[in-house]
Design a protein around this ligand. Structure first.
Ligand code: UFG
Length: 327
């Protein structure tokens, strides 16, 4: 069995990646500080607690497991928070990733899969966002992820660290088998907040801004099912192992949903209405982020077949209904 070091493996996307890696015959070794992750989400391989900035601990874990590759998910990921506390994002995300990347190179590991974001593109009116689009982030979160992409390019050139960068659009849904799901504290993402409002765990969903330049005035996002997203990571790992070299892929479906459209769809899936109110814009939000690329499909052979809004809301609802949010 080949070990893969998964940073953030106790988090939402990382835990789904561990499940997908195990199903593909790898052993996922979770490295997670548990600051935002959950130890009971580590179900598919060994767990090592540690911080990204603890180089000695990282060296120890690399020596113990001799991983063939690293999948790096561990990060702070809230756009709003990054606008209020940018230093946190530069320190945790950029310095943490730099420490990990240096440890990866020192351990002689040549393959690195990185969780980046379409927030690196920023606000680009009427531009189709593909992998060659200019990256001009408008929030500190996106800026921190772009900086890590630059570090990877430099380390690729200097030390032969081959990397696949995935720029995610909006990740949603949960494991359809109900083993793992989304659980953030505090929760900031639209779909889980909406589900909490539906079943009374919070008074209402606030729509952040209704005066955007979109057909219904609310922001438009491209939502992708977390299980489809992590499947792409396994394909990215195989791509590196086949010697295809460093590359960048957007992970989105190319279909945009406004906040109001997501609310409408959830009514159809749950048969319950969403209590909501209209509020001001949230700083750092872009009007529209939709992928304009199918590179992951044509080159990696990815097919995001679970990424219908109905399935994403339905799988998140299944997880939510089982009470995992009550922890
Ligand atoms: N929204 C609301 N009310 C809420 C929460 C969200 O109206 O209570 C709106 C947001 O304004 C946005 C949309 O719903 O228009 C989606 O918001 P999320 O917070 O769910 O997701 P973001 O688009 O802000 O951010 C997510 C990830 C980032 C990633 C980004 C890329 O959290 O890591 O997608 O679009 F960079």
């Amino acid at each position: 069995m080949q070990n893969v070091l998964v940073t953030g493996g106790a988090g939402y996307i990382g835990s789904h990646a561990c499940k997908a890696l195990k199903a593909a015959g790898f052993t996922p070794v979770t490295y997670d500080s548990l600051v935002t992750g959950w130890e009971d989400s580590v179900k598919f391989g060994p767990f090592e607690k540690g911080d990204l900035m603890d180089r000695a601990r990282l060296d120890e874990v690399f020596a113990k497991y001799q991983p063939v590759a690293v999948m790096h998910f561990a990060a702070l990921s809230q756009v709003g928070e990054s606008m209020k506390e940018p230093g946190l994002y530069w320190r945790q995300n950029v310095m943490g990733s730099l420490t990990l990347i240096e440890a990866t190179v020192a351990a002689g590991v040549k393959h690195f899969v990185f969780s980046s974001t379409c927030a690196t593109y920023g606000e680009q009116d009427n531009v189709v966002l593909d992998e060659n689009s200019v990256q001009q982030p408008i929030n500190a979160y996106g800026a921190s992820k772009r900086a890590i992409e630059d570090i990877l390019d430099n380390f690729g050139a200097a030390y032969g660290l081959e990397h696949v960068i995935f720029r995610y659009f909006n990740v949603a849904g949960a494991d359809p088998e109900g083993e793992i799901g989304e659980h953030h504290r505090p929760e900031t993402h639209l779909i889980p907040i909406m589900l909490e409002a539906i079943d009374g765990k919070r008074p209402a969903l606030t729509i952040f801004g209704t005066d955007y330049d979109t057909p219904d005035g609310t922001c438009i996002r491209d939502y992708v099912h977390v299980c489809d997203l992590v499947d792409a990571h396994v394909l990215g790992l195989k791509w590196l192992q086949e010697g295809k070299g460093s590359s960048v892929f957007n992970l989105g479906t190319g279909s945009g949903f406004s906040v109001r459209e997501v609310i409408d769809q959830s009514r159809a899936v749950t048969n319950l209405s969403v209590p909501y109110e209209e509020g001001p814009r949230r700083p750092g939000d872009c009007t529209k982020l939709v992928s304009g690329s199918s590179r992951a499909e044509t080159e990696l052979g990815w097919s995001p077949e679970r990424s219908t809004m109905a399935q994403m809301i339905g799988d998140a609802w299944l997880w939510h209904r089982e009470g995992h949010y009550d922890k």
